[in-house]
Design a protein around this ligand. Structure first.
Ligand SMILES: [Zn+2]
Ligand SMILES: [Zn+2]
Length: 326
């Protein structure tokens, strides 16, 4: 194990980064329990998103019968709900960390401020660019998939999972969706790094070397189509409308939180709510590493895992050179 730090960062977590203990040998039951506990309970973003999905379903979701036929009314309702949800989460985090600077540089990965101006950005500014792509393209495509799935469930084109018939599956689905995300996102993300796709689509997201909350959903419309396409799995895997809401909200909202640029929210000197991952933060600076997440260690398996140590940084530099062909 190394104690030396990677250069050029304000804050780094303890390295080497640890992947989920479910994929380490020998198995350590206590670590496995604490991984589940930490990623689900206390205040975790996952539990918060389950709460948001429930609240959306019970308070701001048109009845399922209404979504049997497409109509502007119910789709618009969902669109406005998603627009507000994304704007509130991203603006609150952005204001807290970057405008009011409530946490100064505590747990902030990159020592530099966000880029105010930059010609690589749409409207020549990072935040303006990020807001535009998140709201104009992101929310639209997110809502389109959501409406499609509600329409499919209402008409019986997609299989329905109910609490009454399958309570265990009903709960398990909340646990399985993040696992599926780790799998799905790794592979689409690798695909997006194939030069053909990278240049045309994914480069837009990578304008952000130093990321902030609004960067998470700043993607090219084609990338949004692929990204939110995850939910199409429910044409095969039965789900309740709450799972559909949760699935897409999980993708939309964790994109925001993982790009916060801070490891977590500090309350009373403690890191209370995990936000940005150093894993993905490094992806934005070094590009050809860490395509996935720590939940299922695909990166480890395929040799693209940057664990945050200076030693691994050298290995990844070599890898990048090989990929770039220089
Ligand atoms: Zn990427
Ligand atoms: Zn990113």
């Amino acid at each position: 194990m190394t104690t030396s730090k990677l250069k050029g960062w304000n804050h780094t977590p303890d390295v080497p980064l640890q992947v989920s203990p479910f994929f380490r040998w020998p198995l350590r039951p206590l670590e496995m329990l604490s991984w589940i506990w930490n990623s689900w309970f206390l205040i975790s973003e996952r539990l918060l998103i389950v709460g948001i999905a429930l609240a959306s379903y019970y308070w701001v979701q048109p009845p399922l019968e209404e979504s049997r036929t497409f109509a502007i009314g119910w789709v618009a309702e969902m669109y406005i709900r998603n627009l507000i949800l994304l704007s509130v989460v991203a603006s609150v985090l952005h204001s807290y960390f970057y405008i009011w600077k409530k946490q100064d540089d505590v747990l902030k990965y990159d020592p530099r401020p966000l880029m105010l101006n930059g010609r690589q950005f749409t409207f020549s500014g990072q935040v303006r660019d990020n807001m535009f792509w998140s709201l104009a393209s992101g929310v639209t495509i997110w809502t389109a998939y959501e409406a499609l799935m509600f329409w499919a469930l209402a008409n019986g084109y997609a299989p329905m999972l109910t609490w009454a018939a399958h309570p265990v599956w009903f709960v398990a689905m909340f646990l399985l969706i993040p696992l599926w995300e780790s799998f799905y996102f790794y592979w689409i993300h690798r695909l997006l790094h194939v030069p053909f796709f990278y240049k045309r689509f994914h480069a837009l997201h990578h304008r952000n070397i130093n990321v902030g909350p609004w960067s998470g959903m700043a993607m090219h419309p084609v990338e949004h189509l692929i990204y939110f396409g995850t939910v199409l799995i429910h044409f095969v895997v039965a789900a309740h409308p709450i799972h559909i809401l949760y699935h897409l909200q999980y993708y939309a909202l964790t994109a925001i939180t993982t790009h916060t640029g801070f490891e977590g929210l500090v309350i009373k000197d403690k890191d209370r709510l995990k936000l940005g991952t150093f894993h993905h933060q490094m992806h934005h600076r070094y590009f050809e590493c860490n395509y996935g997440s720590l939940e299922i260690p695909w990166d480890k398996l395929f040799g693209s895992f940057h664990d945050g140590t200076p030693e691994m940084n050298e290995v990844m530099k070599e890898r990048k050179k090989r990929i770039m062909g220089s």
